[in-house]
Design a binder for this molecule. Structure first.
Ligand code: NAD
Ligand code: GLY
Length: 354
């Protein structure tokens, strides 16, 4: 089994990656400190993987919360539902919350874990590509607010992350591709060798080659773990992981959560960031073309919704959590494999790429 560590001193934790990990030999039990466990999942993932997880936890007292599917469910209403359930079932501080699902379940459960009785342990079992390569690692937890995505949340690290590559076999292709946006992001923002590896292996990735997928997920988790270890709370280098997200979050919020998948919005956002970089003379036309070609290979959108105006973008981008003193902060690629944080981009320059 492949494994790596997110090195955060006393909050360090392992990430395990293997096909078939959700089996009886799972390392899960070594990370649970009492017999009380509460699994949070949704009505799509539960029929697929809940019984497997429950079988591992046979000797434990397990509660299950099943929420509805969808980005709109990453809400304060569901946060409250988890709190009420935990209290009604008399969970104490020694309980462990387990997130079984994609990024929506992981972010929501993590935030609930951060808050319940001022913090209980939680474990991530991410079942989408996006959550395996990104959201389950690094401790960003949140719910959405109608006025902005991920606006209510906490930095709160899990005790372990268990990635069973087999869960990708049931994932709809559109969701897999959305995860590829975050994978490609790692190459663009900080690793040209990985970007080239993706170009070379794109057919095997699309075909679902397990060994290639394992290598790819391992690489992404390692890159994210290294970044988080340097800058857990995003006061510096971690902001680079938001490449494409400032434009992307605006698309998600404006179109209504869930209409565009997060990864789809990020894909378009990365193209917009690359085009802005070209406009500023920071990135060559051929690099922009390479980025677009790889993104398009995974059937991801490269243009924002036609209905969205410049004002729509600015309205949402002005609320971005990265902004300082009201100035929009953008991550912009300056080469494939390199990006920087920019605080001085004008509205007029942004308008050029919208
Ligand atoms: P998601 O959780 O909505 O999952 C996508 C869809 O796949 C859902 O319909 C889900 O029910 C279904 N699904 C999950 N696992 C499945 C499986 N194995 N087989 C079949 N269907 C399955 O979305 P996501 O793309 O996983 O995550 C997106 C969320 O993650 C967004 O809310 C985004 O803001 C968040 N995010 C957080 C971070 C972070 O650092 N915390 C990073 C990136 C994204
Ligand atoms: N997904 C960006 C981050 O975790 O920082």
């Amino acid at each position: 089994m492949a494994s790596l560590t997110v090195a955060l001193a006393e909050r360090s934790y392992p990430i395990y990656i293997e096909a078939g990990l959700l089996s009886l030999n799972s390392p899960l039990l070594t990370h649970i400190k009492s017999k009380r466990v509460c699994i949070v999942t949704n009505d799509v993932v539960a029929p697929l993987y809940l019984s497997q997880l429950q079988a591992i936890l046979n000797d434990y007292k397990v509660d299950v919360i099943i929420i509805k599917d969808g980005e709109a469910e990453k809400s304060l209403a569901n946060f409250e539902k988890i709190m009420a359930h935990m209290l009604t079932k008399n969970h104490g501080r020694d309980s462990t919350l387990i997130a079984l699902g994609g990024g929506v379940i992981g972010d929501l459960t993590g935030f609930a874990a951060a808050c319940y009785q001022r913090g209980v342990d939680f474990i991530q079992i991410p079942t989408t590509l996006l959550s395996q390569v990104d959201s389950s690692v690094g401790g960003k937890t949140a719910v959405n607010h109608p006025l902005g995505k991920n606006m209510i949340g906490a930095f709160y690290q899990p005790k372990a992350v268990l990635i069973d590559i087999n869960s990708l076999t049931s994932l709809p292709v559109r969701e897999f591709n959305a995860g590829m946006a975050e994978v490609i992001k790692y190459g663009i923002l900080g690793d040209a060798v990985f970007f080239n590896w993706l170009e070379t292996n794109k057919q095997a990735i699309k075909a679902g080659d397990r060994e290639i997928l394992k290598q790819m997920i391992l690489h992404c988790c390692q890159q994210k773990a290294d970044t988080v270890a340097q800058d857990e709370k995003e006061s510096g280098v971690r902001a680079l992981l938001n490449l494409g997200h400032t434009f992307g979050h605006a698309i998600e919020a404006e179109m209504g959560y869930g209409v565009w998948l997060h990864g789809e919005a990020v894909a378009t956002g990365m193209v917009q960031a690359a085009q802005l970089a070209k406009h500023l003379g920071l990135l060559s036309a051929s690099d922009v073309e390479k980025i677009i070609t790889l993104i398009e290979y995974f059937d991801l959108p490269i243009k924002p919704p036609e209905s969205m105006t410049f004002a729509d973008f600015i309205k949402h981008m002005s609320r971005d959590k990265k902004n300082v003193d009201g100035q929009i902060r953008l991550i912009i690629p300056t080469a494939i494999g390199q990006s920087d944080i920019f605080d001085n981009i004008t509205f007029a320059q942004i308008q050029q790429v919208i």
